[in-house]
Write a protein that binds this ligand. Structure first.
Ligand code: ADP
Length: 235
């Protein structure tokens, strides 16, 4: 589904050059659930931003569902993102002026879905995250856990092939973090591909594969897959 080949990302300011990603190779299969761990500053968010087409690599090849991402125009990139990728961030990133319903509806507006179908689909995903009763609330009137469930609903409402989650439980207590992990697991079980960054070893262990990053690279060759549940279950 996704291939990164020899992807390097360098941030340049007038005085400093930071190599955030260094010759990264990554294959993500359809319906995979991958967790990425590593110390702060090692390039995890940069990797998610590249995979999520929010940022572009300095060099290397990125292929998403057979398309060479580097050859797409801004407009085509935006369209790919809207159709195929749902984002969940540590800080929820909801639109404060919009209600829960309107926040979740937003991606469907961008997709041009007619109003009646939008209403039906938004209700459906709000039910899945148990927030129908809050649909007219503004984000500020919800707890952190509830806000992140709205963010999950917004990420999945367009039925994307890939969910990109950057420390989705980082701002939550353990109970609310668990709810988000359960939602991600349910999505994965339903066939959605999930790519998640986390600092929590316990949450990383819920993924099918765990990759460790240091200094813009995956940990050395043999150890790049720290854990692969499918393999270990078979053995
Ligand atoms: P992580 O998510 O693992 O904490 P990041 O991907 O955010 O790491 O950052 C990797 C490196 O790139 C860090 O050294 C960071 O300071 C640098 N970096 C990230 N974004 C930018 C940017 N927009 N401009 C300059 N440097 C950046």
């Amino acid at each position: 589904m996704i291939q990164l080949r020899d992807v390097t990302k360098i941030y340049r300011t007038q005085t400093v050059e930071t190599r955030a990603l260094s010759h990264v190779n990554l294959d993500i299969e359809q319906s995979d659930f991958i967790a990425i761990t590593g110390p702060s500053g090692c390039g995890k968010s940069t990797l998610l931003n590249v995979v999520g087409m929010i940022d572009s690599p300095t060099s290397g090849e990125y292929t998403f569902l057979g398309d060479h991402v580097g050859r797409l125009s801004e407009r085509e990139l935006a369209s790919m993102r809207n159709r195929h990728i749902g984002f969940i961030f540590q800080g929820f990133n909801l639109v404060e002026d919009l209600t829960v319903f309107e926040n979740v509806e937003l991606p469907l507006r961008y997709l041009g879905m007619p109003r009646g179908r939008r209403r039906f689909r938004v209700r459906e995903v709000l039910e899945a995250v148990d927030l129908v009763s809050r649909e007219m609330h503004k984000p500020a009137h919800l707890s952190g856990g509830q806000q992140q469930r709205v963010a999950v609903a917004r990420a999945v409402v367009g039925d994307p092939a890939l969910i990109v989650a950057d420390e989705p439980t980082g701002n939550l207590d353990s109970k609310n973090g668990e709810e988000i992990m359960s939602l991600l697991e349910a999505l994965h079980s339903a066939g959605t591909t999930v790519l998640m960054v986390t600092h929590s070893a316990a949450h990383a262990s819920r993924a099918r594969k765990v990759y460790a990053m240091t200094d813009g690279e995956f940990a050395p060759a043999s150890g790049s897959v720290l854990r692969n549940i499918q393999v270990s279950r078979r053995s």
